[in-house]
Design a protein around this ligand. Structure first.
Ligand code: BGP
Length: 463
């Protein structure tokens, strides 16, 4: 075998509550539930989160499918809007608690390690309306209450916890680039949200470490989407532009999560631009003292940056693009079915960066995968999807990861996005990612060729 991975390697996949469960029996609405209810046309084919992949009703069968494709660990999330009866009083919906208890039990019964995430873009819309969502520090406190409830209820069974999935996407989607409700464009608020999410993560980590979960051998991390920023050229101006993009997009969460501090190179620029967040010395001390036990990293594509060539358009106020322009690299290899650049080398670069700049903290690939629009066209006469392109994509990324592990990067697992094709926010079911396909007309699920391939990889601990 050419690529053998470390013992006990996680071969798994990731999904989330709002993208898989469906809205059955939910009392509260998330920002996405609300957005779909008021503007369904904003979603691809007008498909919303109401049914998703029906995990709420089908979880026993779905987890059996996950077992069937060889997954030994799976990440999903507990929905804040499902579990809590009253966000402020900290009371729980008994039916929701029972649902998550049964889901976790089913994972364990099938020998699959459940990795539980507390926030996957699903802020309760009531907390946006009442407080301004992640702009507000009240919401930070309410999130800690929710997290503590989760630890109390499920900490005996779940050993691996995640505070947030891709917090940068919350700031970008809600406050910069208009792909998450409320679709505001406000750079100053985006910066405050970045800070508040870091604070919320640190406070949840603090609560976790004080809880019985930690004493029972549990650990807690964060899942960050890293898009390594590569400069167009070695010219000083391009390097500087890429360095700012790297600081804003990646290090704004990576550094506080693992080092407990924000990069000074970032805060200097934000201060100079008049958009630095409000913080207190007490909060900064909490961030300093409560770093993660491990890291999850989502990697899909790199970011190419160049120095600004056109004057920055001030009409929408401050934006990070004041300091760089995105650059389309000529000849870049693109995923023809999703439009993202394919660059497996970046997974090696990330792994080495974590080794050298983040104290070689234990980490895993928490999402990587290939989205394919119109994947039904690859279904063969025997009725299953022949996704060789996905197998090739995974092999290339895993080969780069393997090289970094051989060079000492402390990576303990690989999760693909996603086990079962799931609902993906505004893109709904446009881009399919799963090892298992879903037919939306009847909720029939079938294993793709990549699922059978993954089973072998997992059994052999390599390929
Ligand atoms: C990641 C998110 C997932 C998922 C994935 C696919 O960034 O963590 O929630 O949505 O992207 O995205 P898309 O369907 O837009 O290709």
């Amino acid at each position: 075998m050419q690529y053998k991975f470390p013992d006990n390697f996680w071969w798994g996949a990731a999904t989330s509550g709002p993208q898989s469960e469906g809205r059955f029996h939910k009392v509260h609405k998330s920002v996405f539930d609300h957005w779909y209810d008021i503007e369904p046309e904003a979603f691809f084919d007008r498909v919303g989160p109401n049914v998703a992949s029906n995990f709420y009703n089908d979880y026993v069968q779905d987890i059996a499918f996950m077992k069937e494709v060889g997954l030994n660990s799976v990440r999903t999330s507990i929905q804040w809007t499902r579990l809590m009866k009253d966000f402020e009083a900290g009371t729980v919906e008994p039916e929701a608690a029972e649902f998550y208890r049964k889901v976790i039990e089913e994972f364990l019964r099938q020998g699959i390690r459940p990795v539980i995430n507390l926030h996957h873009f699903d802020l309760p819309v009531e907390l946006y309306e009442k407080y301004g969502g992640w702009e507000s520090k009240e919401v930070v406190e309410l999130f800690v209450i929710f997290a503590q409830k989760c630890f109390e209820l499920f900490g005996g069974q779940v050993k691996d916890w995640i505070t947030f999935n891709e917090p940068m996407v919350v700031a970008e989607g809600e406050y910069l680039y208009q792909f998450h409700y409320p679709n505001v464009v406000d750079g100053k608020k985006a910066c405050q949200v970045i800070y508040n999410l870091n604070l919320a993560s640190a406070k949840v980590i603090e609560a976790f470490h004080r809880s019985s979960c930690a004493k029972q051998g549990g650990r807690i991390g964060i899942v960050l989407n890293l898009t390594p920023a590569y400069p167009r050229s070695q010219d000083e101006a391009d390097i500087k532009a890429a360095a700012f993009a790297e600081d804003f997009k990646n290090n704004a969460f990576l550094y506080p999560a693992v080092k407990g501090v924000f990069p000074q190179s970032l805060t200097d620029v934000l201060k100079e631009d008049g958009v630095l967040w409000d913080s207190t010395p007490e909060e900064l001390a909490i961030i300093k003292e409560n770093t993660v036990d491990f890291l999850g990293i989502n990697y899909y594509h790199p970011f190419r940056a160049k120095a600004r060539e056109n004057a920055f358009d001030e009409s929408r106020g401050w934006l990070p693009e004041k300091h760089f322009e995105e650059y389309e690299m000529p000849g870049a290899r693109m995923n023809p079915y999703r439009g993202w650049e394919i660059y497996p080398q970046a997974i090696y670069d990330i792994a080495i960066e974590v080794r050298d700049k983040c104290g070689n903290i234990p980490w895993y690939v928490a999402e990587n995968g290939m989205g394919v629009e119109g994947e039904e066209k690859f279904r063969n006469r025997d009725g299953y999807i022949e996704d060789d392109y996905r197998i090739d994509f995974l092999k290339e990324h895993l080969a780069c990861l393997h090289k970094a592990i051989a060079e000492g990067s402390n990576c303990f697992g690989f999760h693909m996005w996603t086990p079962i094709d799931c609902w993906s926010w505004k893109n709904a079911y446009k881009n399919r990612y799963g090892f298992i396909a879903v037919d939306l007309s009847n909720q029939q699920k079938t294993i793709k060729k990549s699922g059978y391939w993954m089973k072998e990889v997992s059994q052999n601990n390599g390929f």
